[in-house]
Design a protein around this ligand. Structure first.
Ligand code: ADP
Ligand code: MG
Length: 284
């Protein structure tokens, strides 16, 4: 069974006038289908305003469909009785770590989620330890979150979600406010959760280098899925992506330009090593 199943999802944001009537509506997600299997690492790309966050908010029932449906671990998000089960299954990490940290000490903050779920005290301790160790923040358990770097705060936020034992974590531009070191810390934590704990990861980002490890990349444009495939498939379509003013990884672009200038280089080069291999191959 898919862990996430989105069927013909439409989301309209409505604006109401003073008389309480709908004044206008804006279609932010327009007929999106998406299936995610347990243990997959999915990346979602797209411009600002392409509907990524709106889609993400459907994955743990923060928003409900205008039309279509969303199933999380087989549970319909429209079924209000399943709300807590859905939220527990699909944890969310947002862009700004400062809005997600509540505790005055790191370990208290991580305990907050499981406490709210009614997890017994002894087990909370275990989960806090597990969560903080998973993201490499255990040594900071007695620190004040205020003094941490952005990347460290974001890892504490992830530990808090991990402590709720979700099957799936949706990260909505978790690295957008971080420096390169913080970004790689957060991505490493997400990949580790995926590879070692088999947690399904849905990563929304506009940093191309964060996408190349994904099992599948979904490109959104104006509320629709414009393309999807493996990173190599998607980044082979450089011209099409450029037409939609979307970036590709720098190394992919360089390989593409070399190919256009006449070198026999494969499409969809994702890493420096791959480009070096291609150049060595054609030199022989
Ligand atoms: P992204 O995350 O890709 O930047 P969003 O899902 O945040 O895109 O937004 C998609 C579109 O919906 C944008 O045009 C945005 O202005 C609009 N939008 C987002 N949130 C709201 C809201 N609460 N009310 C009305 N319009 C919204
Ligand atoms: Mg967004």
């Amino acid at each position: 069974m898919s862990i996430i199943e989105v069927k013909k999802l439409i989301h309209d944001y409505l604006r109401y006038g003073e008389d309480g009537r709908v004044e206008s509506s804006y279609r932010a997600v327009d007929d999106v289908d998406l299936n995610v299997e347990p243990g997959q690492f999915i990346a979602i790309l797209g411009h600002n305003g392409s509907g990524k966050s709106t889609l993400a908010k459907h994955l743990n029932a923060i928003l409900l469909p205008t039309e279509g449906s969303v199933f999380v671990d087989g549970k319909d998000t429209k079924d209000s009785e399943k709300l807590w089960a859905i939220r527990q299954c699909a944890g969310m990490v947002f862009q700004n770590p400062d809005n997600q940290i509540i505790g005055t000490v790191v370990d208290e903050d991580v305990a907050f989620g499981p406490e709210n779920m009614g997890v017994p005290t002894e087990e909370i301790k275990e989960r806090v330890e597990e969560g903080l160790k998973t993201v490499g923040m255990w040594e900071y358990r007695h620190h004040s979150p205020n003094k941490l770097s952005g990347g460290q705060k974001q890892r504490v936020a992830i530990a808090g979600v991990v402590a709720m034992h979700p099957k799936c974590i949706v990260l909505d531009e978790p690295t957008a406010m971080l420096d390169p070191v913080g970004r790689s810390e957060v991505i490493r934590a997400a990949r580790r959760l995926n590879q070692q704990e088999n947690v399904t990861i849905i990563l929304i980002t506009h940093y191309m280098e964060e996408v190349i490890y994904a099992d599948r990349v979904i490109v959104m444009d104006q509320g629709k899925v414009l393309m999807q495939g493996t990173p190599r498939e998607v980044f082979s379509r450089v011209e099409e992506l450029k037409e939609h003013r979307l970036d590709v990884p720098q190394i992919t672009m360089l390989a593409h330009e070399l190919k256009k200038s006449g070198l026999d280089i494969a499409d969809g080069i994702l890493t420096t090593e791959e480009l070096v291999q291609e150049l060595e191959r054609i030199r022989r």
